[in-house]
Design a binder for this molecule. Structure first.
Ligand code: AMP
Length: 215
C-alpha cells in the first residue's frame, strides 16, 4: 500500500497520515520530519536544509529523493507507506511513479484564510511527534506522553507566506498530474480532524477495499 497526502502547509497532512499509519501499521514517511531530524543531528544534509526550511523554501530534489530511497529500505516500509510532504515537485512525483508507484493520492483542501491560523497555533510533541493545536491543549505538555511540545521554526507568518507561494508554484502542478492519472481523491480539510479521518477511511474503503477501524 502506497498512499500520498498532498495539500498546502497547515492542511493537516501530518495529522491524518499519522492516524492512518497507526491504525493500519504503515510507515509514516514525512520528508519534513526526516529533514528536521537531519538538522538536529547537524549532519551535512541538516546544515544544508536548515536555512532553506527556515526561509520556507524547498530542499533540492536530489537531497530529498536520497533520504526517501534510504527510508524505503527500512523494514517497517515493507507493509506499506504513507507519504506526507512528498512529493512536492513534479520531478519528485514522476520519480515516485517510476520507482514504486502510488495506490491513492489524497489531496486535503483547506481555504487559505484558515491555514495561517492553523500554522501559528500548531504544537508538536518532541517525543511522540503528535501534532496539536493550542486550541485543544489544556497544558504545555503532550496530552499523550507528557513530554514537551515544540513550535516549528518555520511556523511563523513570514515563513508561511513563502511556503504557501512555493506550494502554489511548485506543488500545485502535481495535483493536475495525479488527476490526469486518475489517482486523485479530494478531501475537504475544513472540518474537524475526526470527521476528516472518517471521510478518508470511507473513501479508501469504497475505492480499494481498504478496511480499518475508524475509531
Ligand atoms: P513539512 O514538514 O512537510 O511542512 O516540510 C517542512 C519543510 O521541509 C518544507 O517547507 C521544505 O523546506 C522541506 N521539505 C519537506 N519535504 C520536502 C520535499 N519533498 N521536497 C523539498 N523540500 C521539502
Amino acid at each position: 500500500m502506497k498512499l500520498v497526502f498532498l495539500g498546502p502547509p497547515g492542511a493537516g497532512k501530518g495529522t491524518q497520515a499519522e492516524r492512518i499509519c497507526e491504525v493500519m501499521g504503515l510507515a509514516h514517511i514525512s520528508t519534513g520530519d526526516m529533514l528536521r531530524q537531519e538538522i538536529e543531528k547537524e549532519s551535512e544534509i541538516g546544515l544544508l536544509a536548515a536555512n532553506l526550511i527556515n526561509r520556507g523554501e524547498l530542499v533540492p530534489d536530489e537531497v530529498v529523493i536520497k533520504l526517501v530511497r534510504e527510508r524505503l529500505l527500512c523494514d517497517d516500509a515493507k507493509k506499506g507507506v504513507v507519504f506526507d510532504g512528498f512529493p512536492r515537485t513534479l520531478e519528485q512525483a514522476k520519480l515516485l511513479t517510476e520507482e514504486i508507484g502510488t495506490d491513492f493520492v489524497l489531496n486535503i483542501d483547506v481555504p487559505l484564510e484558515k491555514l495561517l491560523h492553523r500554522i501559528v497555533t500548531r504544537r508538536t510533541c518532541v517525543d511522540c511527534n503528535i501534532i496539536y493545536s493550542t486550541e485543544e491543549l489544556k497544558s504545555e505538555n503532550c496530552p499523550r506522553c507528557g513530554k514537551k511540545l515544540s513550535i516549528r521554526a518555520d511556523d511563523n507568518p513570514d515563513a508561511f507566506k513563502e511556503r504557501y507561494q512555493v506550494y502554489l508554484e511548485r506543488t500545485l502542478p502535481i495535483i493536475d498530474y495525479y488527476k490526469a492519472r486518475g489517482e486523485l481523491i479530494n478531501i475537504d480539510g475544513d472540518r474537524p480532524k475526526d470527521v476528516i479521518a472518517a471521510d478518508i477511511a470511507d473513501k479508501l474503503e469504497k475505492l480499494g477495499g481498504l478496511k480499518y477501524d475508524k475509531g
